[in-house]
Design a protein. Sequence first.
Length: 271
Amino acid sequence: MSQEAPNLDFEGSTPYEDYVRADVLTHLQHTVSDDPGEMVFLVTSQVMELWFTVIVHEWETAARALREDRVGVAKDALKRSVRELEALNASWKPLAGLTPAQFNSYRGALGEGSGFQSAMYRRLEFLLGEKSASMLVPHRGTPRAHAELEKALHEPSLYDEAVRLLARRGYPIPETVLHRDVSRPYEPSPEVEAAWTDVYAGDQDGELARLGEALSDVAELVWRWRNDHLVATRRAMGAKTGTGGSAGVAWLEKRARKNVFPELWTARSYV
């Protein structure tokens, strides 16, 4: 055999399989209807869960780095997450053209299942500062997911860590913001807005300005994710009640109007 040929003879499974666990991943698809279109819905949902997982990893890395004043490490993690968010958002493409008839052909098989119940997506939202203790309730029956969410609920969000960094760099952030109950949703602050205004009015190549732009890139892609979700849902089911009993499009419209990292957007009006 030529020396250029790859090694094909292994004891047991291949090193690739040992690392990627492809055999596990490609046998996790168990459709519950006879509709051939269900497979792409199921696989796309599983792919989204994997992207949620890596994005949570990046944002937790960034939050920890900001807490330790390693801004460069945080920016690198945020930049990686931007590319990952772009891939996540592209996951809507296989579903974006679903007609109501196509979706209805297997929608009943979902029962009360809904992406709203995703524990990993909930961790992603918590890292954005959108906290709610009630969101732990659906996960009481899965102890590991519940414990991870409870931990995330009581930890500072990615944006909390960015605001605390501003305070350590000398910007006048109120104690009520710095020592707020981080298990509650983040609420905009005029003082935080003023701090970001000063950052953006200063050195555009400065470390904090570049951090602000990295966070803004994340926020923009989260907004696009929510709008793509809204459009795909509206196309597939109109204004009907969502799976799992949610308000469907009405709920998604409300979410799409909400800004992530709000003062990073409002501060731009004053620069």
